[in-house]
Design a protein around this ligand. Sequence first.
Ligand code: SF4
Ligand code: SF4
Length: 479
Amino acid sequence: MNGEAVAAPQKRMPIFTRSVKGKFRRFKWGMLVLAYAVYFLLPWLPWAREGGPSQPILFDIPGRRFYVFDLVMYPQDVLWLAMLLFIAAVFLFFVTGLVGRAFCGYYCFQTLWTDFFIWIESKIQGERPARIRLHKQPWNAEKALKLGATHVAWLLLSFWTAFTFVVYYAPADQLLREFFIGTAPPAAYMTAGILTLATYLAAGFMREQICAFVCPYGRFQSVMYAPQTLAVHYDVRRGEGEKGRLVPRQGLKTLEERHAQGHGDCVDCGYCVQVCPAGIDIRDGLQYRCISCGLCIDACNQIMDSAGFPRGLIRYDSEENLARPVPAKPHVELRNFRVIGYGIALALMIGFLVYNIATHQPLAVVVNQVRQPLYTTLANGDVRDAYHIRITNSSRRDEVYAISAQGLPVGALQLAFHEVPIKTGRSVEVYAWVRLGPQQAAEISRFHFVVTPRSEPDKAWTGVARFFSAAGEADGDNE
Ligand code: SF4
Ligand code: SF4
């Protein structure tokens, strides 16, 4: 990447991109359709789930449960979410090490929504020259109509994007009904309003400014580049020759003529600049604003085809390959220490997450000893310790749990409830006391609590607990 300084945000000059055809453009459309289909359709698909909502993904904040297909996550499973975020970050580093900022160019939400906004703009206002003309012309009926229609379409898409986001946090059918008759929770209207505005501004107005000045990834992605990393490059030696690029003219139309006179293959048509959503000229070298979308490759290939020159003047290539006297065919290079490191970290984290989910227990119990006081000596010399037992039903159905103890004499365990019914995903706290005679208190320092699900006794939880008394501790409180 060249050593240009990161410029401060300035007054934005609107970029009017020109349409282009080619394999990268088709790939981008494919990714957009896939991403939109997943994002917009997922909340509305039916999903059979015992004792839960019938939509595939639901982040039930009031119920403190996240439903992701057949996986149900509770607050205590927050580790999974943290792991997922780590995996996503390392995967991003891994991809960047291989193919540069490809994520930005093809799958980032900012790119996908900006792309679709530009498509709407071009369908209503016309191709690049028509849009530039419209922008420059004074206000009249045509301008008001076309710009008005564009902004209405942008706002509708922004609203549906925002509403879909909200639907991931509430039962979709119910929210749809309530939202439009005005009885949905205020948080739903607020979130939808803020996100509508954010989408409209980010994809309609700020566009490439978000990638250049707001997104932190754009700033630090260069540290993940290695000389072997593929990125969109202009082949300077081929494009410029000895005497530079030149518009074709008489005697400078064929490759032989151009090369004989020291000129490169770039015919300085500017098409690669006109299609660039970042508004840059890739011929100035790799730049931090470039999102590796490949549209300039499509544009240049089109020009090369029409001139009868070989394709690939702009291409995905690595700095290492371009520096060779005769560059080889560009390819994804896995033998790169950084990429190997990211790959190993990724495999380890995915393995840990899968193991964690596969061995997930449907019952979580936490026993805390009451420490104020640590123990109580009763008038007859008996010693009593108190405990809080928090039981969480992480299974998919309501359950009744029986609480007992092992390693204590009969009658030593006193409970507020011996059996507790707990709804799926909920927690209940139970108080327990253990009372031992002076002799037993001197002998018993540990015992086990046992929590048994009534419907699955073989899945009982057993956990060790300590018994404190004057025999084991120097101080205590007398009743
Ligand atoms: S320079 Fe090329 S790859 Fe980079 S953002 Fe512009 S069009 Fe996309
Ligand atoms: S599209 Fe290709 S030929 Fe045209 S200016 Fe860009 S690099 Fe040169």
